[in-house]
Design a protein around this ligand. Structure first.
Ligand SMILES: Cc1ncc(C[n+]2csc(CCOP(=O)(O)OP(=O)(O)O)c2C)c(N)n1
Ligand SMILES: [Mg+2]
Length: 473
């Protein structure tokens, strides 16, 4: 009420300034005289009919929500309704509750069938060069994942997490973006960075945390980031990246830039409060952002059945006023087309778009997990064989006459060699010096940081065997 009064007072003050015809007493508002308050509002609205811009926040007009809803029946057109803030609402004498779910599940957009054959021809085809880079990067990602996974098992790095089963999501979505678009990743999107030009050596330096790592070894493995490639540093705190991405998209809008942001997240991320806050803000502020949900069926050991009762994620979009699509996450061509179109709409219409990609986390959640403890081997095998996104895309590329067995084995063996060489180089490099643990946050470090640095140096001096000799003091 206080806010309402305040707004009304401000409004009237403005009206006085701009329109001398309005003869109203502000006293009636300040003395809480509700009768004269509403009378005065009525008077005001009649004055403002002449000049609607003077009364923009009056609560008697329909606004954007109404524009987003299709009116389908002629009969309802004429029925009575209420000009409620947010949109005109029609009355009905039928007491009808909305159903908990629609009769039909939202369909899933695809271009390739399970065998990699085209099921339609009305799509934006990728040319040979792009298709080959897409396929090569998917294979490179697989080789990189398997070598890093082994390196963790051998104790050479402390942690790792693969993109197995989500290679098409990674690479095809990245291919449809522009490098000027900002990426806010969860953690299972290393392929987006690979597509943008992060080298195998860059990846290895980060996982080994040496002094050539962009983050100076201060982050856990797989928390990649690159300012140069507009890829924000990974934070494993689930879904925090969504609100950052909305803020950045708002910045792009204010600067009038021809770019959007894209944020990736899993099905598990949609159970956080940040997901809802992000979607709502993006819709209300009309910012150019693509929300890309990788619905891979699992949030560590929690299956989607225990995560939500709705028809997946896609149906949440319209509830917030966001245009949305469900896409086959194992079909690279469908992902490429959906993201490319979403990008155009996000930028040209300045609006958020939600994409739900249906896929499967074909590997363990991370090296800290054994997924056979909570899901069947048959399930994993079925997805890995019948729905393998890399194999499906390879079949299409081969049928186009752009790929063959020889090219495949050369690519795999070269990538393997490059990875092993990169690991050798990374292991030979020093770690960042101790002082780097405390730098880059404060211009002048506070006293407690100085104390911690002294204390660490003292501990290293007293117990040298407990600290790696590769970390220079
Ligand atoms: C805020 C927060 N809560 C819990 C965790 C622990 N955690 C790490 S990953 C994960 C599951 C995320 O699942 P999903 O979003 O579906 O991504 P996926 O791993 O399947 O790609 C959880 C709960 C976390 N990192 N951050
Ligand atoms: Mg998941």
């Amino acid at each position: 009420m206080a806010l309402y009064l305040f707004k009304s007072q401000r409004l009237i003050t403005n009206l006085f300034k701009r329109n001398q015809k309005v003869l109203l007493s502000l006293d009636s508002f300040t003395h809480h005289d509700h009768g004269s308050f509403s009378r005065n509002l009525r008077d005001l609205s009649s004055v403002c009919d002449d000049n609607p811009t003077l009364f923009r926040f009056q609560r008697l007009e329909s606004t954007k929500a109404q524009l987003q809803v299709d009116d389908t029946t002629q009969e309802e057109e004429t029925s009575e309704g209420l000009n409620f803030p947010g949109g005109y609402v029609k009355f009905t004498s039928n007491m009808e509750f909305l159903p908990d779910s629609p009769e039909k599940r939202v369909h899933c957009y695809r271009i390739l069938d399970d065998n990699g054959d085209l099921i339609c021809d009305n799509f934006q085809k990728v040319d040979k060069e792009v298709a080959l880079k897409m396929y090569s990067d998917m294979v490179t990602l697989q080789v990189m994942d398997s070598i890093f996974y082994e390196a963790q098992r051998q104790g050479r790095i402390s942690f790792y997490l693969t993109t197995n089963g989500e290679e098409a999501i990674n690479i095809a979505s990245a291919a449809a973006l522009n490098i000027s678009d900002y990426v806010f990743p969860q953690y299972r999107e290393a392929g987006v960075l690979l597509w943008r030009g992060f080298s195998l050596q860059d990846f290895v330096n980060q996982c080994f945390g040496n002094k050539a790592d962009n983050g100076k070894g201060r982050q856990m493995p797989i928390h990649y980031g690159s300012k140069k490639l507009n890829y924000f540093t990974v934070a494993s705190t689930v879904a925090t990246q969504l609100i950052h991405a909305v803020g950045a998209a708002y910045g792009l809008k204010m600067e009038g830039r021809d770019s959007c942001t894209i944020t990736y997240f899993g099905d598990g991320g949609t159970s956080t409060a940040d997901f809802h806050a992000a979607l709502n803000f993006a819709a209300v502020k009309e910012v150019p952002i693509i929300f890309f949900c990788r619905n891979n069926g699992w949030a560590i050991s929690t299956p989607v059945e225990d995560q939500f009762r709705s028809d997946g994620i896609v149906v949440r979009g319209p509830a917030y006023g966001i245009r949305s699509i469900r896409v086959d996450g194992n079909d690279a061509l469908a992902i490429y087309n959906a993201v490319s179109t979403a990008r155009k709409m996000a930028i040209s219409e300045q609006r958020p778009i939600l994409i739900e990609a249906l896929t499967y986390r074909a590997g363990h959640h991370s090296t800290s997990d054994d997924s056979t403890k909570y899901r069947s081997a048959e399930e994993i095998i079925w997805w890995r064989t019948a729905q393998d996104p890399v194999l499906k895309f390879r079949k299409w590329v081969e049928r186009e006459g752009w790929w063959n067995d020889q090219a495949e084995s050369e690519l795999k063996s070269n990538t393997r060699k490059q990875m092993l060489h990169a690991i050798q180089v990374a292991e030979g490099l020093e770690k960042s010096p101790v002082k780097d643990i405390f730098s880059d946050v404060y211009d002048t470090p506070p006293l407690n940081l100085d104390e911690q640095e002294l204390s660490l140096r003292e501990a290293i001096r007293r117990y040298p065997d407990d600290y790696p000799s590769s970390v220079p003091c």
